[in-house]
Design a protein around this ligand. Structure first.
Ligand code: PDD
Length: 285
């Protein structure tokens, strides 16, 4: 089936969908994005993703070029036209097309809007969760505002590739003080031996994951104790469990870090329960 992309007002077959060579997303990575899970043909937590989008745009002083209502129609229409039942919808907004110049383009330059949607094999995600994934640590090399969901992802690209070349699925960045910040495309969590769930507090140095935000509700509903504080790699190794969260992965257990087992080296019961309960706490649209 041919895939359809939305580009600046038009739905086009993917092969025909193009952006200008002068798009600032291409020239400067001057843009932001969102990724939402699609489950049973509904968008998961659209409202929260759109709130974060507006915040990212605001921090970069990029104007949202259409109403949120119109944007919502585009997201749903792209999902529908691609007949995605389980998958992801991707939205990118850049500062638009203008002659290459570092400063902002002339007032009136319209931001570019691109939306794509794709199918994900739900069983594959379930298998990954049942088996657990492995991670490697990397020095934190990203800029100081990774709370903005910018498309400037080069350190994340290099970290993910290095992780794959080492036969693992994710990289966990570690800051100069030895604390884990987050994954290349996920938030990082541990569960201590006494069942406390630990994740880094939100700030400029991690992305405020929507999955992370929802999981706080899941934890409360499960009666689990949350500790929002930075944790070290030594604490990961001493933990009972570890896991990642992201729209594309929900809750996925981590069973090894830098080649060493976490807990008993198998996915733990708390991560499994959180994954199972997760969608009882999400919004669907
Ligand atoms: N990545 N941290 C980083 C660096 C991320 O790229 C992501 C998501 C997250 C988790 O955020 P959320 O729960 O809102 O998905 C944390 C998306 C899925 C991606 O780039 O594909």
């Amino acid at each position: 089936m041919s895939r359809i992309a939305y580009v600046n007002g038009r739905y086009l077959p993917r092969g025909e969908a193009q952006v200008s060579v002068e798009d600032r997303g291409f020239q400067f990575a001057d843009g932001v994005y969102e990724v939402c899970e699609i489950r049973n043909a509904r968008i998961v937590d659209e409202r929260r993703h759109m709130e974060r989008l507006q915040r990212s745009l605001g921090e970069l002083r990029i104007r949202l070029p259409m109403s949120l209502k119109a944007l919502s129609v585009v997201l749903h229409e792209t999902v529908r036209r691609n007949r995605v039942v389980d998958g992801l919808v991707y939205l990118q907004i850049t500062r638009g097309v203008a002659r290459r110049d570092f400063g902002f383009p002339p007032a009136g330059t319209s931001p570019s809007v691109i939306v794509t949607a794709r199918h994900l094999d739900r069983m594959r995600g379930e298998r990954a969760a049942a088996e657990g994934i492995t991670v490697v640590t990397m020095p934190e090399t990203r800029w100081a505002r990774v709370d903005i969901k910018s498309v400037a992802l080069l350190p994340n690209v290099l970290a993910k590739q290095a992780a794959r070349e080492q036969g693992t699925q994710e990289a966990w960045f570690v800051d100069s003080r030895g604390f884990v910040t987050e994954g290349a495309s996920s938030n990082a969590w541990i569960v201590t031996r006494d069942r406390k769930v630990v994740t880094r507090p939100t700030g400029d140095d991690i992305l405020r994951g929507i999955t992370r935000t929802v999981l706080l509700d899941v934890l409360a509903a499960q009666g689990l104790v949350l500790e929002e504080r930075p944790f070290t790699v030594a604490e990961v190794l001493a933990a009972g469990e570890a896991f990642v969260t992201a729209a594309s992965q929900i809750v996925t257990p981590v069973i090894r870090i830098d080649g060493k087992p976490i807990g008993d080296g198998r996915p733990g019961p708390i991560a499994a329960a959180l994954r199972r309960e997760f969608h009882r706490h999400t919004e669907f649209s």
